[in-house]
Design a protein around this ligand. Structure first.
Ligand SMILES: Cc1ncc(COP(=O)(O)O)c(C=O)c1O
Length: 391
């Protein structure tokens, strides 16, 4: 065996919590599988860190890929079922598995080919020329783009200037009479998270003051949040009409290329969103893979801890160089590089590292850097240093 229990515990960071977590994971996987995971292979064989020679730290995908149970489920799939008509045979099981995550029923769930489709559908359902979208500034841009495309007004609410967290008070004020409030939690690109208590208070206040306004809580990165008290708002979505959450398999589940996302809310809310835009369905192999992913709690726990290890290391490196970054609760960091993002991006790209695009209105000072595997970040660091003049 190439990898001892003691060595694994040491890599997890030692200490009581580390030992307990390592023992739990070893029971779940066995050490050989854990070695594969530790080496960034997921269950799927060697994964290249880079596209060509480029280390890709630009789109917040997960360079570790899916867990071993996903690969196992696909390898063991009975291919005589493949392509057998509408609906894909494994679809119902997947919807049931999504619903079961939150004690919901299948009619509380709608699927999308990625959660991006659900965001588009949400804006189409709740916004129009008279009904505005309320969103953070900066926040994930696709809802605002959809609103602009259908000529709905957009109320951009600046994040807090110091913490870069969503300004929930400001968003409440802007929500009166609005069509949809988009709460990206954690927020992309600023990487901050709000506690469930704060989100719940915000949602209830908006609903009291403006009952017809829809509220979408985007939880694309929530699996990565380690801040105490930051949980899913699925229960609130099941309780309140017009409130719903979206989730994706593109980030912590490591399946961005498979295009799977879903939303949870009351059946009427889900119908309204589903009817507004052709969400289509996901395919059979996606359903098989995603059902296996949901069942693998041990892998998700490992993924979360491994991301945190890489995140802590990377944040510390930037802070040691004198660059501020809000405490990230995601798989990317948002760094005040004290110069335009484009300069940093072009400099890094020329040396083989791709980082995030511009994020107005903060593109003159901040850059977003996705977190890869530890070895990707170790390779990228000297390049960051060089481009930032800290070589
Ligand atoms: C906050 C947020 N929501 C939704 C998405 C859409 O991702 P996907 O369509 O892959 O689920 C992204 C993609 O980066 C994102 O950052």
């Amino acid at each position: 065996m190439a990898f001892s229990r003691r060595e694994f515990v040491r890599r997890l960071g030692g200490g009581g919590a580390g030992v307990a977590a390592a023992s739990q994971l070893i029971r779940a996987y066995g050490t050989d599988d854990l070695l594969a995971l530790e080496q960034g292979r997921g269950g799927g064989g060697q994964r290249p860190a880079a596209t060509g020679d480029i280390i890709k730290l630009s789109s917040n995908e997960n360079l570790r890929g899916p867990g071993p149970k996903v690969i196992e489920a696909l390898k063991n799939y009975n291919f005589s079922n493949l392509g057998l008509g509408y609906a894909p045979p494994s679809l119902n099981g997947f919807v049931e598995a999504c619903a079961a995550m939150d004690g919901a029923k299948p009619n509380n769930v709608i699927l999308g080919t990625g959660s991006g489709d659900i965001l588009t559908a949400a804006v189409m359902a709740y916004c129009n020329g008279d009904k505005a979208l309320v969103t953070g500034d900066p926040s994930y841009g696709s809802p605002a783009q959809t609103a602009q495309r259908i000529k709905a007004p957009v109320r951009f609410i600046a994040v807090h200037p110091k913490t870069l967290a969503l300004d929930l008070e400001g968003m409440i004020k802007a929500s009166i009479g609005a069509g949809l409030v988009f709460l990206c939690n954690p927020n992309n690109p600023t990487s901050t998270v709000q506690t469930s208590a704060d989100i719940e208070q915000t949602v209830r206040t908006i609903k009291q003051r403006s009952p017809e306004t829809g509220i979408l809580i985007d939880e694309a990165y929530l699996e990565y949040a380690t801040k105490p008290g930051a949980f899913t708002m699925a229960k609130l979505a099941l309780e309140l009409p017009g409130v719903f959450i979206s989730r994706t398999f593109s980030k912590a589940y490591g399946m961005a290329g498979m295009r799977i996302g879903y939303a949870v809310g009351q059946p009427d809310t889900m119908r309204k969103v589903g009817n507004a835009w052709g969400l289509g369905s996901i395919g059979e192999l996606q359903a098989v893979a995603a059902t296996a992913a949901l069942s693998d709690k041990a892998h998700m726990q490992w993924e979360k801890m491994e991301n945190k290890r890489v995140r802590d290391w990377t944040q510390n490196q930037f802070r040691a160089m004198g660059f501020e970054t809000p405490e990230s609760e995601t798989n990317f960091i948002f760094v005040n590089i004290q110069r335009p993002a484009v300069e940093f991006r072009d400099g890094c790209r020329a040396l083989g590292v791709a980082v995030g695009r511009d994020f107005p209105p903060m593109e003159k000072t901040y850059a977003r850097i996705s977190l890869g595997r530890m070895e990707d970040m170790e390779k990228a660091l000297p390049i960051f240093r060089k481009v930032l003049g800290r070589g």
